[in-house]
Design a protein around this ligand. Structure first.
Ligand SMILES: Cc1cc2nc3c(=O)[nH]c(=O)nc-3n(C[C@H](O)[C@H](O)[C@H](O)COP(=O)(O)OP(=O)(O)OC[C@H]3O[C@@H](n4cnc5c(N)ncnc54)[C@H](O)[C@@H]3O)c2cc1C
Length: 383
């Protein structure tokens, strides 16, 4: 039983199905969907999705940037250039992609439902679990319950499965806010998207932008520090003018992208986190993705870690004699790596946000590629 039909839950369901293990996914939402935003799929993530049999669909839906640049926020000067194009395939065995989250989510859901049209149960908001020697049982707010051999919380950073399993403190606001927007590429000067993927860094601010959907749409995320987050909700609609004010000192090409955002496609998110855990499982219950290790988005690895988790967990369940052994092997394979990514994702932002922007290249020695994250293959890593 998987609680949550996000990218992690659906990846795990599909990997289980492909291993001949039936899966059931319970999702609180009344319909399947994803936020309107882009996602970077580094080679370790694409490797996972390709191994699920989705290579052609992924290649059709995703964009491989030819190269990426880190720009100075004011002058636009290129501080660091990273070659992409065919190189990641040659070096790591899979492409570096950028994709609309909804396209990846839909691709996974379609494949899961093609294997088993009854696999995903919508309108099932998880409330609590019980377990005994024979089964784990999930109880839902709609009054129903369901039982299975294993229960895995794939229910994101606000995970209720985690709250019951390990701690009662709620996730904490990290002090970072992200504005996410989608803008039509036709509405910005072509030089604003050269290279097709890039970031502008400046003191206390970071602007990430890349092309998705075959170059039609620009996805951007603009990060800044905020002292508090005053609303109950974690995401809310934002005025485009608010982003322009916050990034008023940024290069005119970055501002041209923000200005091109249709008002209804601009959102603001508070970034929340929880402390790293040394262990994620108890009896027949475990965690996956953001529920296990909420990861700040500054290395673009959160969803990729959820994909890796889902595949490794399915392999462990397929290769073990019992649930206890499977969850032990799953944690042994995943806790150290995901903690490393959590810690470094929280740390890298200080280098992006530092006041001496001009010297960024001198301190860019620890990033997602130099940490060796891209060469991980979730299908063959020892379990
Ligand atoms: C601004 C921003 C940019 C990002 N960019 C990137 C990027 O470029 N690359 C990358 O790899 N990652 C990125 N991430 C991180 C990524 O979005 C997350 O790490 C990823 O979505 C985690 O997937 P998940 O499946 O674990 O959880 P989620 O995507 O949060 O899915 C959880 C699912 O569980 C459901 N659920 C929740 N509670 C319940 C309940 N009680 N009962 C039933 N269902 C429930 C939810 O409705 C949802 O469907 C970014 C994040 C942010 C905020």
């Amino acid at each position: 039983m998987l609680i949550g039909a996000g990218i992690g839950g659906l990846t795990c369901a599909l990997a289980l199905q492909r291993a001949g293990i039936p899966a059931q996914v319970f999702e609180q939402a009344p319909e399947l969907g994803e936020v309107g935003a882009g996602l970077t799929l580094s080679p370790n993530g694409s490797m996972g999705i390709i191994g699920l049999g989705l290579e052609d669909e992924l290649a059709k839906a995703a964009d491989p940037p030819s190269y990426q640049a880190v720009h100075h926020y004011k002058t636009g000067r290129v501080l660091v250039r990273r070659e992409r194009g065919d190189l990641p395939q040659q070096e790591y065995g899979a492409p570096y992609y950028q994709i609309h989250r909804a396209d990846l989510h839909e691709m996974l859901a379609r494949a899961v439902l093609a294997n088993d049209p009854e696999c995903i149960h919508l309108n099932h908001e998880f409330e609590r679990f019980t377990q005994d020697a024979g089964e784990a049982r999930a109880w839902f707010r709609n009054g129903r319950s369901a039982a299975g051999r294993v229960l895995v919380g794939c229910d994101g950073v606000k995970s209720l499965v985690r709250s019951q399993l390990r701690e009662s403190e709620p996730p904490e606001f990290t002090g970072y806010v992200a504005w996410r927007g989608l803008a039509p590429a036709a509405k910005v000067p072509p030089e604003a998207m050269d290279p097709p993927s890039g970031i502008y860094i400046g003191p206390g601010h970071l602007f990430v932008r890349y092309l998705i959907r075959g170059g039609e749409t620009i996805n951007y995320v603009a990060f800044a520090r905020r002292d508090d987050w005053l609303t109950e909700s974690w995401s809310q609609h934002s005025e485009v003018s608010e982003v322009l004010d916050e990034f008023g000192e940024f290069h005119s090409l970055a501002q041209s992208i923000i200005s091109a955002t249709p008002p209804e496609l601009c959102y603001k998110w508070g970034l929340f986190s929880r402390r790293p855990l040394e262990s994620w499982s108890m009896g027949r219950v475990s965690l996956l993705g953001d529920a296990a290790h909420p990861t700040l988005p500054f290395m673009g690895q959160g969803a990729v870690m959820a994909i890796e988790d889902g595949i490794v967990l399915a392999r462990c369940l397929g290769a073990s004699a019992g649930v206890a052994e499977a969850l032990r092997r799953y944690e042994a394979a995943r806790v150290e790596r995901t903690t490393l990514v959590m810690v470094n994702s929280a740390e890298i932002i200080h280098r992006f946000f530092a006041p001496d922007t001009d010297r960024f290249a001198d301190r860019n020695d620890r990033n997602e590629e130099s940490l060796g994250l891209f060469s991980y293959n979730p299908w063959s890593v020892p379990i």
